[in-house]
Design a protein around this ligand. Structure first.
Ligand SMILES: *Cc1c(COP(=O)(O)O)cnc(C)c1O
Length: 395
């Protein structure tokens, strides 16, 4: 597929997710995806192998370096993100760590929004100092970010919407800042998915995903991905190759199969999330609902500007705090009590017992989390049934 030009109309997301990377020819080609269930690949002769060793051949040699099934997943994600290239990885954390290490070296500094995925936060807090990489945190509104710039600042890392209060980072502001200071910009696009926002098309350098979530979408695989220019993805791939975070072909199959319905799922999940958010906002036992689709959300207007939909993640605070939140989570029958997100199954979880465990009240408040905050991942069930479940669990 060609990249969008004025004259070339870009195919829509649903079409790209189904067909990108899977050109079919002639009679007898598989419509379904074939899994290249192999560790290694043969060469016709030593001349071909020599060409590979000289970097003149892009032949597959060994699955950690690349594999035809992985290539299909990579082409689909690149097409969806509007990027030149993508790399699929064993997990979201493999993509995040390898991408960050592909742009940072000892002595470099990175500015990161404070509200990032717990694994990313701990990677930056516990591992980067050992490599002499300095992380400076900024709040999601990017207030005072200019003061964090030093001659060693190399990259800007953001995540939006944030977990669990669904605050947004202004993508235009972030990219303008990165351009002004010549920083490499990275964004974790897991919560939105490329259906709701395409940061590469806005000017970001690297988009990252926990493909475990919306991209694969069926709660049955751990997977990750990065997307960006050919040159940047080559560097990310080098680190995936040497640190070993490569994807297994079986996982690539599940990712490809999941991505085919990405748009359908995400748009339906957004619609149901709005119904759930409105229901909760009117419930007498609910103190507050965090959902960018509600006009009461502090980033509602920004969400309208920069996202195609408001997403399918939300959170709410119960008036009676932690005991009420536990009671609710223990009583849901359709909403499963489980970590993770983005699957067909609706989920509830208490941030204080998952992403935000071991934090003081003050730290929780800083993150906008109350002890009685419940996070919800809205799935694909019938909305009426979800509301019935909420009604009985809150009763
Ligand atoms: C789950 C998640 C990750 C980590 O991805 P894994 O696939 O679990 O390694 C990173 N970022 C966000 C926003 C996530 O939700």
């Amino acid at each position: 597929m060609k990249k969008s030009k004025k004259t070339v109309k870009r195919a829509g997301d649903a079409t790209l997710a189904i067909h990108a990377g899977q050109e079919k020819f002639g009679i007898g080609a598989s419509v379904g995806v074939e899994i290249a269930r192999t560790a290694n690949f043969t060469f016709a002769n030593t001349e071909e192998m020599k060409r590979w060793a000289q970097g003149k051949s892009s032949a597959y040699i060994y699955t950690r370096y690349g594999n035809p099934t992985l290539t299909i997943a990579e082409k689909k994600l690149a097409a969806l993100e509007g990027a030149e290239a993508a790399v699929v990885t064993a997990s979201g954390m493999a993509a995040i760590s390898s991408a960050l290490l592909s742009v940072l070296k000892a002595g470099d500094e990175v500015i990161a929004t404070r509200q990032v995925y717990g694994g990313t936060y701990r990677l930056m807090r516990d591992v980067f100092p050992r490599m002499a990489i300095v992380v400076r945190h900024v709040e999601s509104d990017l207030a005072g970010i200019e003061r964090l710039i030093t001659p060693r600042t190399k990259a800007l890392y953001i995540e939006t919407p944030t977990n669990p209060t669904l605050r947004l980072v202004d993508l235009k502001k972030a990219i303008a800042f990165a351009k002004e200071w010549d920083l490499i910009s990275l964004i974790d696009n897991t919560f939105a998915s490329p259906v709701l926002q395409k940061p590469i098309e806005m000017g970001f350098d690297i988009v990252l995903h926990s493909a475990t979530k919306y991209l694969a979408g069926h709660s049955d695989v751990i997977a990750g991905a990065a997307a960006g220019s050919h040159a940047r993805m080559e560097k990310v791939r080098d680190l995936i190759i040497y640190l070993g975070g490569s994807m297994d072909p079986e996982a690539a199959f599940l990712l490809i199969r999941g991505m085919k319905t990405l748009e359908l799922r995400v748009l339906r999940q957004c619609a149901t999330a709005m119904i759930v958010a409105r229901y909760l906002a009117k419930h007498p036992k609910v103190a507050r609902v965090h959902y960018p689709g509600l006009p009461s959300h502090p980033d509602h207007l920004l969400a309208k500007r920069q996202m195609r939909g408001f997403g399918a993640m939300l959170a709410f605070d119960l008036k009676d705090g932690l005991s009420a939140a536990r009671h609710f989570c223990d009583r849901t029958r359709i909403f499963l009590l489980a970590a993770s997100l983005g699957g067909a199954e609706s989920l509830v979880v208490l941030p204080i017992y998952s992403s935000h465990y071991n934090m003081s009240l003050q730290e929780l408040r800083g993150a906008g989390v109350e002890p009685g905050t419940v996070r919800v991942s809205v799935g694909l069930e019938d909305p009426e049934n979800l509301l019935e479940d909420l009604r009985q669990a809150l009763a």
